[in-house]
Design a protein around this ligand. Structure first.
Ligand SMILES: Nc1ncnc2c1ncn2[C@@H]1O[C@H](COP(=O)(O)OP(=O)(O)O)[C@@H](O)[C@H]1O
Ligand SMILES: [Mg+2]
Length: 339
């Protein structure tokens, strides 16, 4: 659907050349929700804006449905862009126009006949749950409602791709959930391919099928959301995951831990998350374990369990336990050696 080949974007400022995107290769499949994660300045927006050529790449190819956008004439590009919708963190609505006019504007720009416009705008507002807000102005709407107008406008010309640049970063958690639900629904019902930028791994976990992590203009890691959460490789990826699957133990608890024991953080992937590995371990070894913290996350519909447990026993028994867990494809990390 979308293929970025050796994409480079440099910005020329008065004094220097700034590298926004540094040889990025990505393939986004039709119908998937693809997340791009990274801190501010990593190059996420630059990549996204190259996909609809809002930014002209310095070099490399941008293929959408096999068409290299960098090679199109102005008129061909205008038509290709109609099939790529975009939404923004700060919505970018026209404040002097009503909700209806904001959405109609996109249709007008694409040359839709006036007669069809009223019906289409109605449909779109219905779809995003704003049927009763057509005559309101953006200033009268909440953040979530503004983003819904942005989504209606982006969908006006029946795009195949929706580019989302931090669509929930200006919204509170509850509103964020409702916008993510709407994007999920659009993806499912309209088969739209979605590329979504965020700095929140939580959003990726809840919504995306695959994800790429960016740092300094480069994609440093990518994969299915499950694999990246279950097996992060790069330190930055681990940091993002850690923030999304945060497990804090109260400091009081550390104080009263058995000095001969260890605290293990165990990651149960795939089937391991649903099997009684811990109880089997306890039955088959002399080890004593006390679960301090734990939960099973469902990413898509696949379980990923994280448990923090205090284990006590001889050094050998503990080593054996770590091996036992590792052999069953669990990730094991010794959090601290209190001894
Ligand atoms: N128009 C521009 N002129 C100069 N530098 C830019 C411009 N746009 C982005 N950059 C630089 O490119 C890098 C990547 O920016 P950006 O793509 O906005 O990252 P992100 O969206 O991940 O925060 C940053 O160093 C940023 O300062
Ligand atoms: Mg950005």
């Amino acid at each position: 659907m979308i293929r970025l080949v050796d994409l480079v974007k440099q910005y020329q400022t008065k004094h220097e050349t700034v590298v926004g995107v540094d040889h990025v290769n990505l393939e986004i499949k039709p119908g998937e929700i693809f997340g791009i994660v990274g801190y501010s300045g990593a190059g996420k927006s630059s990549v996204l804006r190259c996909i609809n050529l809002l930014e002209q790449p310095t070099s490399g190819q941008v293929l959408v449905n096999g068409l290299d956008l960098t090679k199109l004439s102005a008129e061909q590009l205008r038509l290709a862009r109609q099939k790529i919708g975009m939404i923004f963190q700060h919505f970018h609505l026209i404040s002097s126009k009503t909700v209806y006019e904001n959405v109609a504007f996109a249709l007008k720009a694409a040359g839709k006949p006036k007669a069809e416009m009223g019906k289409r705008v109605k449909e779109l507002l219905q779809l995003v749950g704003l049927a009763d807000k057509a005559d309101q102005y953006p200033a009268q709407l909440s953040g979530g409602q503004k983003q819904r107008v942005g989504i209606a406008r982006a969908l006006a010309n029946e795009p195949q791709v929706l580019l989302c640049d931090e669509p929930t970063s200006a919204l509170d958690p509850t509103t964020t959930q409702s916008i993510l639900a709407l994007l999920r629904q659009i993806n499912r019902d309209l088969g739209l391919t979605i590329v979504l930028i965020t700095h929140e791994m939580e959003v990726v976990k809840d919504l995306c099928h695959r994800v790429a992590i960016m740092q300094q203009g480069k994609v440093i890691e990518q994969g299915t959301v499950y694999d990246v959460f279950a097996n992060p490789v790069q330190p930055l990826t681990k940091e993002f995951i850690h923030n999304a699957l945060e497990f804090k133990l109260p400091s009081k608890l550390w104080d009263r831990l058995d000095p001969s024991g260890k605290v293990l953080k165990v990651l149960f992937r795939d089937e391991a998350a649903e099997q009684g590995i811990i109880s089997d371990l306890l039955k088959s070894s002399g080890i004593r374990a006390n679960i301090l913290h734990g939960k099973i996350e469902y990413i898509g519909d696949k379980p990923l369990g994280t448990f923090i447990m205090e284990v006590a026993g001889s050094r050998e028994e503990i080593e054996q336990a770590v091996r036992y867990l590792t052999d069953r494809s669990c990730g094991v990390e010794v959090m601290t050696n209190v001894g």
